[in-house]
Design a protein around this ligand. Sequence first.
Ligand code: COA
Ligand code: AMP
Length: 284
Amino acid sequence: MKCAFCQPGGYAKLTEKHLHDSFCAMSQQMYSLRMRASRYEKHISGAERLLCFSELEDAASRMLARALDHPRGQAKKIKLSLLPVTPSTIKSGPLLDLSTLRVDNWQEGRQRACALLVATGVAPGVADQALEQLAKGPALDGGVMRGAMLVNAITGERLESDRVRGVRVSRMDIDPSKRLNIETFLEQKSLHNSRIIEAWILASKVAFYPEIIAELCWSDDPDYVTGYVASAHNGYQRITHLKQAGDEIGGRIFFLRPGVDLDPLVEQLQYEPILFGPPASGCF
Ligand code: COA
Ligand code: AMP
């Protein structure tokens, strides 16, 4: 089936774009578009989208621009990958409620993060230990990992099979037919930037799985000090300071209920495609 709005000439009006996007999500082949920029062994930046064909060119060129200009330095290699994703395999879910906790410094931020984790059911000692592990570098050599740590929320046991790679969440985006609403909301809150949107989507995918109680994240980008605690219960709670500016250590921890069957969960986190709409509460 062909979409009339995919023809040359672009979108005449926002309402037409809106219709076009709905049409794409319902009926068209979707694509997983991913970008990875690196310099020798060093990861510089990554990004990914779940899009229909007509959106690919614009998204790819934005990714390229981003790969070419990153605070972690110049990339030597930029890889763009494109894979088809059959619409009937794509699940849908709500974004988490979004809130921002303003704190004066990273010490206060970490205390608040710890309390938020405990409020979701993570054992207090486990929350403390997790913050410590992330701060000193969660990989075996004390550096950053390539994905997230998996931690038993009650015993603190590390569960990922590879403690350098961890688990990377993939195949998620905002439902094209809902994008306009969500972007307008973020613009009104002065939160419309790719980093916030991508982290919000990723956190919403993680919270989609009931096996995961909560997530803790702060970036390894030296100039980005905001992090978050996220959970299905309390939403995506941004915390304005979780580390010192200039620090290149960051990471993600997914806190799991005890007794989870790991293999299917990891498979879903990595490969199950999901498109997200506005939060279930109806208010952002
Ligand atoms: N950090 C470090 N190395 C990475 C990496 C990352 N984030 N992503 C990929 N690599 C390297 C690894 O060496 C990897 O091999 P591995 O699987 O043994 O770890 C290799 O590249 C190939 O990885 P693969 O997953 O096949 O790459 P991909 O082409 O599917 O791209 C990305 C993956 C880059 C798109 C994904 O990792 C990413 O960064 N997505 C963006 C996620 C996002 O939105 N995050 C929100 C941040 S706020
Ligand atoms: P970033 O927010 O991109 O700076 O990433 C912070 C940390 O999160 C990285 O150091 C990785 O350990 C981890 N990470 C990055 N991308 C993913 C992903 N797609 N899934 C899980 N963990 C990730």
